[in-house]
Design a protein around this ligand. Sequence first.
Ligand SMILES: [Zn+2]
Length: 216
Amino acid sequence: MSLSAMIKSGYIFFNADNPAPDSFDWFRDVYGRAADGAFCEVCGDQISDNCQDLNGRCQDHTPDQLSPVLQRLVPLCLSIRTRYLSKLRESQANARSLESGVRTGPTGVRIMECTLFHMKCRLSMELGNELWTNLSQHPKQFSQVCEMEYLTRPFYGYRHWVFVITTSEGDYVFDPTGVQFGPEWPRLRKYDQYMSIHGRDGTPSPLRHPLGYALG
Ligand SMILES: [Zn+2]
């Protein structure tokens, strides 16, 4: 659905009381994809082409399909992320003003997440302590969490921040704020899959840092 079609159909409306955000161009693309359908809340794969459907889980990520590591990792990462989203929602005045201009419903929810997480990736590294406090209780499954900065494939030059979690089943990326680039971005995905889709070729290697680095 195009942006103008979304405005016409009432998903978004802007007027003097609900002005478009300064970074409106950034969201043009994101808004359109929020109406493409529903997405897996773990890997970001599209699971429906009906914009009225809420995000859910793809077949690989239903609770009974999860590996032992993911049985711990998925609920923990999603709950940490959801609480961070609530905190941003409380604290961002511009988001509240935008919220009053976005219709509720599944597409509105997706747009709201994209908006709230805009430019919040570095700040979201504050979640590292809680993440590691939980995971370090299971040392056979989880051996390390670090912060990683890298250049994204879309929006060339954008330096994005995520967590890399070293597990007994390989490395995973936990990307709390990736949906700022679109609703199809994963929250949690195997490192190699994640970087092959979202990392940009031919740029300096992703940089890994210890927890606490991004916020100094
Ligand atoms: Zn999935």
